[in-house]
Design a binder for this molecule. Structure first.
Ligand SMILES: [Zn+2]
Ligand SMILES: [Zn+2]
Length: 123
């Protein structure tokens, strides 16, 4: 069933489909990750690509819940960040292509909100 988007903000970023699929940096055209279509409840992702461009993706839906903040780490299954409670695949972030990022994503199935941060390396 199609979901009704309430908010969608893409800055310097392209998504292969309406609210999922491969994600590309709009400045250098590199793919930077993959967003699973139906398993997340809302997403807030900001990053700096290796090309220097700063981008972000914010999406939520009419029926999105606030969710419960959770300090648990993602379960990583074949490179995909998954909910550690129910193993729902949520998103792939191609770490090597990004200098830094801040990811917050909610699992639709259990309502947990997970975060992952990559800090910029000191030069
Ligand atoms: Zn880029
Ligand atoms: Zn879950």
């Amino acid at each position: 069933m199609a979901r009704v988007i309430k908010k969608k903000e893409l800055i310097h970023t392209r998504l292969a489909a309406n609210y999922g699929g491969w994600m590309y940096c709009d400045t250098c055209d590199e793919n930077i990750g993959y967003l699973c279509y139906s398993t997340y409840d809302h997403l807030n992702f900001t990053y700096q690509c290796n090309c220097g461009s700063q981008g972000s993706v914010c999406i939520d839906f009419e029926d999105s819940q606030l969710g419960i903040e959770c300090d648990d780490a993602f379960a990583v299954i074949k490179n995909r960040l998954c909910c550690p409670k129910d193993q729902e695949p949520l998103m792939t972030v191609l770490d090597k292509k990004l200098m830094c990022y801040d990811l917050r994503i909610a699992c639709k199935s259990c309502g947990s909100v997970y975060k992952k941060i990559k800090y910029k390396q000191a030069v």
